[in-house]
Ligand binder design. Structure first.
Ligand code: NAI
Length: 244
């Protein structure tokens, strides 16, 4: 895969899956724009620049429409365009439905769905002008299977599938593909916080017998972002070790 001359914007890129996606795309030659609501560690920038690609970094809350438009404009002014958008920023606010507060519902919808709307809306004009683009939305296995305590989160992750499929039908003739990656249980801070018996319960449901690694997700995203995936749109790539 070769992303020379391309620029990729990755939201929620300060750590975890987003950071790994950014490093992976840079290894294949893409310039990178990192956006995260929390400060991004200089080590992340260094790791990306070691590949000889440009790395821009922005503090951005994806729920803030004006800030999104301003950052997208800056990236385009600096690099000439945005060719790959990875909507990765996402949060959880888990609670059983009977106890879930309206704020927990609204906050998760705001980041995981409204945020994707704002960023995509801001970026898509430049992709239409370029007659090419790749949009990859990070969903989740629980958007398909459901999960107790995650009515809010799983609703957003299923919602992203409707978003992906509908948008892919609108922009296909403009040379833009829109796909989703649905990770299963990935070895990150979130899953490391589970206790031993919770981890064993999860592992027993995974035919491949291990949790996923952040690289497993980054590899899938890189493929969907590549020329090699140019005839794939409106689809979901499940990366979950066979658990669903
Ligand atoms: P993480 O919590 O380690 O990283 C998420 C990043 O998004 C953080 O750097 C955070 O600062 C940033 N962020 C949060 N709210 C934001 C906002 N409003 N604006 C901009 N940035 C914001 O999460 P992780 O595990 O790397 O997950 C990344 C994506 O993958 C999320 O969409 C998550 O739902 C999804 N996912 C993760 C799985 C896992 O097992 N870790 C499984 C399935 C899906």
């Amino acid at each position: 895969m070769n992303f020379n001359g391309k620029t990729a914007l990755i939201t929620g890129a300060g750590r975890g899956i987003g950071k790994t996606i950014a490093v992976k795309l840079a290894k294949f030659g893409s310039d990178i724009a990192l956006a995260d609501m929390n400060p991004i560690n200089d080590d992340v920038l260094k790791e990306i620049e070691e590949n000889g690609t440009k790395c821009l970094s922005y503090k951005l809350d994806v729920t803030n429409v004006d800030a999104v438009d301003s950052v997208v404009k800056k990236i385009i002014d600096e690099t000439g365009g945005i060719h790959i958008l990875v909507n990765n920023a996402g949060i959880t606010q888990d609670n059983l439905f009977m106890r879930m507060k309206p704020e927990q519902w609204l906050q998760v919808i705001d980041v995981n769905l409204n945020g994707v709307f704002h960023v995509t809306k801001s970026v898509i004009r430049t992709m239409v002008k370029q007659h090419s683009g790749r949009i990859i939305n990070i969903s989740s296995v629980v958007g398909f299977s459901g999960n107790p305590g995650q009515v809010n989160y799983s609703s957003t992750k299923s919602g992203l599938i409707g978003f992906t499929k509908s948008l892919s039908r609108e922009v296909g003739t403009r040379g833009i593909t829109v796909n989703a990656v649905a990770p299963g249980f990935i070895n990150t801070a979130m899953t490391q916080a589970l206790n031993e018996s919770q981890q064993q319960a999860i592992l027993s449901q995974i035919p491949l017998g291990r949790m996923g690694e952040v690289d497993d997700i980054a590899n899938a995203v890189a493929f969907l972002a590549s020329e090699e995936a140019s005839y794939i749109t409106g689809t979901v790539l499940h990366v979950n070790g066979g658990m669903y």
